[in-house]
Ligand binder design. Structure first.
Ligand SMILES: *[C@@H]1O[C@H](CO)[C@@H](O)[C@H](O)[C@H]1NC(C)=O
Ligand SMILES: *[C@@H]1O[C@H](CO)[C@@H](O)[C@H](O)[C@H]1NC(C)=O
Ligand SMILES: *[C@@H]1O[C@H](CO)[C@@H](O)[C@H](O)[C@H]1NC(C)=O
Ligand SMILES: *[C@@H]1O[C@H](CO)[C@@H](O)[C@H](O)[C@H]1NC(C)=O
Length: 209
């Protein structure tokens, strides 16, 4: 209990409804994976489907990221979410308001359980080619080229415990197949706000090496 790794993303999405009617700056009409529902999310190429997980290569992505303090009650989680939410809600160099995209990504160090090594990120929709600078110095922009990741998907309302459990399973499956991955950190990706009851979609990722 002293070492919560994958925390509850669920309650944070309750803030989601407040942003969902802000202006959508995106003009593209491309289709996104079905599990993203009506939200923008990063595109990827499916490299291979394994029995219990899949290998994806994502297109280049931009994320707004902030540190995340892992605490038992999820207060750090709410604080990080608020910082990122403020960024997309206009607290940036251009006062730009962005419609919230998915997933919300939580990256947790698996080697070092100090609180300073976790981050939370919002995916920034590709229509925003150059993300405006955050006004809060605790928020920064991360850009990735093609990310190659192993992804395990699961349904239901995901609590910490579930992310952790599926992440452990994915590690075991990768080890069993001798697939090299970066074991220094794990990623939890949340896609749904709490109002969605059916076909909820959650993922855990490891970076492929
Ligand atoms: C890498 O990303 C670019 C766009 O960011 C995409 O066009 C390309 O197909 C991707 N490459 C692979 C191997 O997935
Ligand atoms: C977490 O840190 C504590 C003390 O810093 C250490 O005793 C413990 O073994 C660590 N746990 C893991 C899973 O690394
Ligand atoms: C994060 O963890 C790495 C090793 O896992 C360590 O070298 C680094 O200093 C840590 N960063 C912070 C901000 O604590
Ligand atoms: C794994 O990720 C860590 C943190 O980003 C990085 O420092 C390290 O070089 C990576 N390991 C490998 C083998 O790529």
């Amino acid at each position: 209990m002293k070492n919560p790794r994958f925390l509850l993303l669920l309650t944070l999405f309750s803030l989601y409804c407040k942003v969902s009617n802000t202006e959508d700056v995106s003009t593209d009409t491309e289709t996104y994976p079905a599990f993203c529902r009506s939200s923008k999310c990063p595109k990827y190429q499916l490299v291979k489907t394994y029995e219990k997980f899949e290998h994806r290569i994502y297109d280049a992505t931009n994320w707004a990221t902030t540190y995340l303090e892992l605490d038992f009650f999820g207060i750090g989680m709410a604080k990080s979410f608020k910082r990122l939410h403020d960024y997309i809600n206009g607290k940036n160099s251009e006062g730009l308001k962005l419609k919230m995209a998915v997933p919300v990504r939580v990256q947790v160090s698996l080697k070092d359980n100090s609180t300073s090594n976790a981050t939370m990120s919002f995916f920034l929709p590709p229509a925003v080619v150059t993300p405006p600078s955050p006004l809060n110095p605790d928020v920064y922009i991360e850009s990735f080229h093609n990310m190659s990741v192993y992804v395990k998907t699961f349904g239901g309302y995901a609590l910490n415990f579930h992310y952790e459990k599926h992440s452990k399973k994915l590690e075991q499956e990768l080890l069993a197949l001798d697939l090299p991955y970066n074991n220094t950190y794990g990623i939890a990706a949340g896609y749904n706000d709490p109002l969605i009851v059916f076909n909820r979609h959650n993922e855990v990722w490891f970076t492929a090496l």
